[in-house]
Write a protein that binds this ligand. Sequence first.
Ligand code: HEM
Length: 387
Amino acid sequence: MSEPDTRSDRQDEADISMVRTQTGRPAWQVNGHAAVKSLSHDPRLSDVDPMLPHTRPDAIASTSDSAGEPTDPDLADQAESLGWSRVLRKAFATERIDALRPRIADRVRSLLEGVAAGPRPPDLHSQLSVPTVSFVTCALLDVPQEDGHHFRTCWEAVKTGTQAEAGQGQATLLRYVRALMASRQQGGDDFVSTMLTAAGDNRAYLDRALKFLTSLVSKGRETPTNALDWALVLLLRDPAQYDSLVRDPRLIGPAVEEILRLFPVISGKIQGPEGIRRFALHDFEERARALRRGDLILLNVVGANMDTSVFPEPDRFDPRRTPNPHLTFGYGPHSCPAARLAKIEIQVVVELVVERFPTLRLAIDAEELRFKERPTSEGFDALPVTW
Ligand code: HEM
């Protein structure tokens, strides 16, 4: 990988700069909104590293037949990746996700009654964000709500336990997901059965389903939990903004988009704060930079969401900002398949909090809120509030 020409001030070159990841690996970081958007669905990039040995000969064989499917292993990886995205989209079908909205609303209402009746000051992180996401995870998987507690205990062991406890927590979650998959193999119209039916007998997709579902019951719960925390903090740290939503609930829709724009996304696919990972499949030139096959590219959606050419005064939280073409869920075929669900969760929580607690305030100064310490997780330890 060649060194960048730091003397250049051309905007297109400035959109791509060279950085080092947390592990010291050089990478091209893409920052501008237009550049992130176009490279998000550029067929010259893949979410699979072409320099890694191909470990799925069966998947390659199944996509390199005489039916015109790609014979190049890189393209086979691409085809598999896109095929898996289609499986995900079937499982996250709009009707299935929309059907969850009233159930989520019922659960959030009852959590808010618990907040109102419980000791002061309540903590909206542990009493609202965490249980809401737990509810949604169980509802999506169509498993008993008590299982949410079980996931959480196992995941805490993985994160904070001894090596042996962490190993046991991980193994328990994996066993749980394998049993769940085995129980949904007969077909059905729930989320997991739909995913397995769409995966068919493709070994690679079934492996990805196992990984995805295991992540969903473990670290995958952190991003939506943090998004709910962020929503509440962004609204409450400026009481005038909160009050404007109380006066005019029609602002909640655009406010949720603005919350998402400012959300420092960390998801399972993003290894650190630098961006969504992609790899160059070929040598090519992009915005006057020479990219080489295998180069790591980081699509910095957080940076794109602050691009002044698209978002005037990007630092300002503006619940009236429209249009708001943020890239928080990525863009293109690999963009987050759960974007609709994540938005519904935030919308329902904000709507019902504003309705139930019109005089809500943070119980401490916003500066005193403590971020979680682990580098893979942006969020708050506690969100004490008053009214
Ligand atoms: C506010 C919450 C969330 C944000 C900001 C978010 C953001 C993202 C982003 C940026 C990507 C990568 C897109 C790309 O590679 O181009 C992604 C991928 C993904 N997300 Fe989310 N996500 C959220 C919640 C969720 C939830 C709740 C789930 C599961 C229920 C989920 C499941 C996935 C999956 C499976 C992928 C991989 C898609 C693929 O490879 O085609 N996300 N998400």
